[in-house]
Design a protein around this ligand. Structure first.
Ligand code: ZN
Length: 267
């Protein structure tokens, strides 16, 4: 058993960040996206057709095989669409669990961030993302509309992801959702999966549904019916939605599922 060290100065340190490798055995999703873990996760390759995995030094490129398949499918679609590469950000840590920074979810191997800026080459992706904070925002200052960086490539990525059968929901900035609502023609049913959320202006967050047969996986409540382009979207542009959040103070971490605590101990 590995003894996990905590630095007293790091209030947000999570023992899951110290785990270097996935557990062996078959893949098993345990718990939910914001309080869960994953056994038998697989590592996303550094690159593949149509995509490149970035910020590898964070060691957050692990997921359920279903998530890796989804990324491979997206990469192939991107490759057919154009010459540039889709940049894949964080998935989960080797055994999932809470991260010490950046995300509350991404805990059970079913979440992935996809950047909306495309890279000309893996070397460019590394330059863009490993040396510098974030690439261009797809949302104009003020948040009312998309920026000049938004275009057909970005629309294609989001629609392709939303149409993928493994995808449960996608989080994107309200201005992005609004642009999609404006431009979608023909079958608009995929719009339902695109959920407005704060931030998410340079990347989208894609969440898969629980894999079949994973009894310990906790599903989120279903996405509401409808395209979500009307009143619900309008709220996001209201003063109420934009006032600074009142959250703050210390969040009490939920107790992890027992199977996750066991997974953390079993090194
Ligand atoms: Zn995310």
């Amino acid at each position: 058993m590995l003894v996990l060290l905590f630095s007293a100065g790091m209030a947000s340190a999570s023992p899951w960040g110290e785990v270097k490798r996935p557990s062996s055995g078959p893949p098993r999703v345990i718990g939910g996206v914001s309080n869960g873990c994953i056994a038998g996760a697989l590592a996303l390759p550094e690159s593949g057709p149509g995509y490149v995995s970035i910020r590898r030094y964070r060691n957050r490129y692990y997921g359920h095989p279903k998530l890796l398949r989804f990324i491979a499918d997206m990469g192939l679609a991107q490759k057919r669409h154009g010459d540039r590469l889709m940049m894949i950000g964080d998935l989960s840590q080797p055994r999932g669990g809470l991260m010490s920074s950046s995300h509350r979810s991404h805990q059970n191997g079913l979440d992935v961030d996809i950047w909306l800026t495309l890279a000309d080459s893996p070397a460019m992706a590394r330059r863009l993302m490993d040396d510098r904070s974030d690439p261009d925002s797809m949302v104009a200052p003020g948040g009312d509309d998309i920026s000049r960086y938004w275009g057909e490539d970005q629309r294609f990525l989001i629609e392709t992801a939303a149409r993928h059968p493994s995808v449960d929901r996608i989080f994107a900035n309200p201005a992005i959702k609004q642009a999609l609502c404006r431009s979608a023609r023909g079958d608009r049913s995929w719009l339902r999966k695109v959920r407005p959320w704060w931030g998410h202006d340079a990347h989208i967050h894609v969440r898969l549904s629980c894999p079949p047969g994973s009894g310990q996986c906790a599903s989120q409540s279903p996405v509401p019916v409808g395209e979500g382009c009307g009143k619900e979207l309008a709220w996001w542009f209201s003063p109420e939605a934009r006032k600074p959040s009142k959250k703050g103070g210390r969040r009490v971490e939920p107790t992890p599922p027992a199977a996750c605590s066991a997974l953390l101990r079993d090194m």
